[in-house]
Structures are given as C-alpha cells and as structure tokens.
Design a protein around this ligand. Structure first.
Ligand code: SAH
Ligand code: SF4
Ligand code: F3S
Length: 476
C-alpha cells in the first residue's frame, strides 16, 4: 500500500474518535520548515482538528523545529518549559518534529530533560504523522519515528495555508553542498527534486484558488535536477501544460519558464539559489519571464576569498562580484538581497573588510545577517581558530550599520517613483492603512480599501522610512 493511502486510513480513524480536537503548530525554522508546518496542519485538519493560537486550549501541540543556529534551539527549550503545565492540566499530546530531531544528541536531551514529550518525528517521516498521532492517542505510548536515510518525496499530503494570496511551493529537498558551518545537509539529507508535473499541477491548483504569488523553495533552488543529472538519471521530463501543449523540463531555468506561463499567477520568487549554480540559462529565464520578480536573493556568506574557501562555498570574492555584474548586465533594474555570516572561524579584520567591501559594491536591498553559531558535527565546529564572541558582535554591529545606511540611501530613490504593489491586507496597527509588497519585496503602506486585497496596484511612493515605504493610490 502506498504511504499516503495508508495514512488516509489513520486520518479516518482519528476523524471517528470522539475526542476534543484543537491543535497548535509552532514553526521555528525557515520557509521550508513553514511549508512542512502547512502539511502538518493539513493532515490534522483532514483528521477533524481545528486550529487554535491558544496553547492552553490545544489538544495537540506540534513543534516544528530548526537547528541551523543555536538560538533556534533555545526557543524550543523555552517553549517546552511552558507547555509542560498544559500537559499536566489537560493531557494534551506534545509532538516535536523538524530538523533538530535528526540530531541524536538533541533526542537524547529530550529523553533526559523533557520525558513528557509524546511524539518525536523528523522531516523524512512527516507524512506518517497521522499514524504516529493515532498510536500516541490510542496506545498511550511514546512514539519515536525518525529515519536516518533520506526520505522519498511524498506527493499528495494535504496542506493548509494561512495566507490566501502568497504561497510557497517546495521544489526540492536536501542539500549536497556541505558548507563547513552548516548543519542542513546532515539533517535534511541529499538533494532530491520533485517531478515538474507535480510542481506544475500544485501551482495550477493554487492559481485556481486565487493565489497570486508563488515562492519556489529549496536549499539550493537553482540546483533543481542538477544532482539527478550528475547521477546519470534521465531528467528530460515532459509536462502537460494547461494549454494542451507538452513542455520539456530538465533544469531550474526550464521550470521557471514553464511556471511563468501559468494563468492567474502574477509573481514568482525563489529562495535560496546557490551562486555556483547560477548559470546563464537561469539568468536568461529570469530576464525573459515577466512574472519572475527582479529581486534576486544571492547568498554571499562572506566577502573574503579565504573565508569562502574555508566555508567550502566554491566561489571567490571576484567570482561572486562578476556574477552580480553579469546578472546586472543581462537584467535591467535587477536588485539583490543576501545572507551573511560574521565571525566564521579564522575570520580576520581584513576578511571582514572584504565582506563590507562586497556589501558596499552590491548595495543590497536587504541583508539577512547572522553571527556564526557552532553546530555539532560540522567541519567548522572542529576548527581551532574560533572568533571571540565580543569581536563577532562588534563586526555584526558594524555590518548592520553599513547595511542600514545603504538601505536608507536606496529608500530615497523610491520616493516619487511608482511601484507595483501586491496588496496583502490591512495594516495591523491602523484600520485605514493597507499594506503590500513591491516587486523588490519592500513593505509599502497606503490608504486603501478591502477590494484592493490580492490586486497588484501602481502606487506612487510619497515617503520612505527605514523598514517601509509610504505609497499613494492616485485613482481613489
Ligand atoms: N541553503 C541556503 C540557506 C541555508 S540556511 C543557502 O545556502 O543560502 C540560511 C542561512 O543561515 C544561511 O544562508 C547562512 O547565512 C545561515 N547559517 C547557516 N548555518 C549557520 C551557522 N552555523 N551560523 C550562523 N549562520 C548560519
Ligand atoms: Fe547549508 Fe550551504 Fe547547503 Fe545552504 S548550501 S543549506 S548554507 S550547506
Ligand atoms: Fe532550520 Fe531545517 Fe530550515 S535546520 S533553516 S528548519 S532546513
């Protein structure tokens, strides 16, 4: 029997149980993790559960964990302390899934310090959640459902999305790169790409349900099908289009071009690409596809060639800058965002200056900055030249200041221009104010009305503020 069909039986069994069914899911990681949470919610809602934000009222509490940096772990342990009292009061089921559960020392820690946890599962066993839950409820025993080897890609898991306008779609799982600081390859396994027809059908369905923006997700989204090709697999897929034509998909570029044709989808984003696989065909597909936003997230990590080498990133400072130049030459008005780590082992003042230099040259729209965090089992954790915490923080603050200066300077260029803004909803703080995102992912606030939600409107930018722009809709 196929995995997901078997789960249907468990979903039905839970549905027929006469018990209280409220659930909460706490997402602690990246967008891939969030996408997994949408599937956990999907399986729970199919089983008759309804969502509550109030942990005290939940009968099932699921933590979807992350372990990419230490602070993600601290958050879990803080929250577990809080839910212990709910467990004692109303006997709720506590389940922990996600990347951290692939780490043996973390499971050990849970056994020792948090024995009240009922279900432990991982990203490779996510689809078996209904079975694990049923057994935990009916047999009243602790479930540990972890697979060490990479799970297969399972299609057809029910999904419940919070957002009605923007949706993320995972196109590949895992990572083969083993950047020396990063835990992801150890917990998410090797790269596995989804079949393009499944991706296409999912996005068609989202478009029919009114979604306007799609974000394609993967740890190395532009390496889509690359590792399959390197294994010698035939990856020349035929995809049956909604126009009745047959399209060939054999790369990220051909996938982008295909998704660009889907009626109803107006914006396409993708994260995260790896600079090493940012080939010309990908650049050209972005240029030619009018729905693909011209904001490219291009993780830098460090601007120093020495540090990049120690990080095992497979590009130099010059190669990165050349790539940025090449993209700028081929795509007019393109903008960039990035991820940067400060304080990698052995990073000298000179190395850090190189990072600042790249930041000054590329002038990113947005920078996600991280202080290097040691991860057990990674190569960098064993390096002896760890940087002093104080220096790490000083560098972080310096980078932050530079990034903010650039953002401020760039924000000024928006004033007086008209930006196309996808309206997402009402502002949380002011009834009359609506909020949306520009193509470059800037938050734009403006006075609007209910009917504008879900539409892309031209808004004239009237003023800039550090983290948002103020816009005006002229036809009102
Ligand atoms: N696959 C993506 C994202 C991986 S995780 C990529 O390669 O870009 C998201 C970000 O977390 C990374 O880009 C990196 O900047 C940061 N990160 C990963 N491991 C880290 C660590 N040990 N310490 C600090 N930041 C880290
Ligand atoms: Fe981690 Fe590097 Fe893979 Fe990104 S590419 S997930 S940073 S190992
Ligand atoms: Fe964290 Fe796993 Fe994402 S470790 S960053 S949740 S892939």
């Amino acid at each position: 029997m196929k995995q997901i069909q078997m789960q249907d039986t468990y979903i039905n069994k839970i549905k027929n149980l006469d018990i209280k069914k409220k659930y909460s899911v706490l997402t602690m990681g990246c967008q891939l993790n969030e996408n997994d949470s949408e599937r956990i919610s999907g399986m729970l809602e199919e089983s008759g559960y309804t969502k509550t934000e109030d942990l005290a009222k939940a009968n099932v509490i699921v933590f979807n964990t992350c372990c990419v940096r230490e602070n993600a772990e601290d958050r879990l342990f803080g929250k577990l302390g809080e839910v212990k009292k709910y467990k004692e009061e109303n006997g709720c089921i506590i389940a922990i899934g996600g990347c951290m559960m692939q780490e043996k020392h973390m499971i050990q820690k849970l056994h020792e310090s948090y024995p009240f946890v009922d279900i432990i599962f991982g990203p490779h066993t996510l689809q078996k959640f209904p079975e694990d839950l049923y057994k935990a409820i009916m047999e009243n025993k602790k479930i540990e459902d972890i697979l060490d080897i990479d799970g297969e890609i399972v299609e057809g898991i029910p999904t419940v999305r919070e957002d009605k306008i923007k949706a993320s779609v995972t196109i590949m799982n895992g990572c083969n790169n083993f950047c020396s600081y990063c835990i992801v390859p150890y917990v998410r396994g090797r790269e596995r790409s989804r079949n393009p027809q499944d991706i296409y059908d999912e996005i068609i369905d989202l478009a029919k349900r009114g979604y306007k923006e799609i974000t394609l997700l993967g740890q190395n989204v532009n390496s889509y099908l690359v590792s399959e090709k390197s294994k010698g697999e035939n990856v020349d897929f035929s995809v049956k289009g909604q126009d009745g034509l047959v399209y060939k998909v054999n790369s990220f570029a051909t996938l982008l071009r295909l998704i660009n044709k889907i009626d109803g989808i107006e914006r396409i984003r993708f994260i995260s690409p790896h600079p090493k696989d940012f080939t010309d065909d990908v650049i050209e597909a972005i240029r030619d596809s009018e729905k693909v936003c011209k904001l490219i997230h291009l993780p830098l990590q460090s601007g120093s060639t020495e540090v990049l080498k120690a990080m095992n990133r497979k590009y130099t400072k010059e190669q990165y800058l050349n790539l940025v130049e090449k993209i700028k030459n081929k795509i007019s008005n393109v903008q960039f965002s990035t991820d940067i780590i400060v304080g990698f082992p052995g990073e000298t003042e000179k190395d850090f200056e190189d990072t600042l230099d790249v930041v000054s040259k590329v002038k990113y729209e947005q920078i996600y900055m991280f202080i290097y965090s040691r991860r057990v089992g990674t190569v960098a954790d064993k390096m002896e030249n760890q940087v002093d915490e104080k220096i790490k923080h000083q560098r972080f603050d310096k980078l932050k200041k530079l990034a903010e200066n650039i953002i401020e300077e760039k924000n000024k260029n928006y004033v007086g221009k008209t930006e196309l803004v996808l309206v997402e909803g009402k502002s949380k703080t002011n009834e009359k104010v609506y909020t949306g995102r520009s193509e470059t992912n800037k938050v734009v606030n403006f006075e609007g009305n209910e009917n504008m939600i879900g539409k892309i409107l031209p808004l004239k930018i009237v003023s800039e503020h550090m983290w948002y722009l103020k816009g005006k809709y002229d036809n009102m």
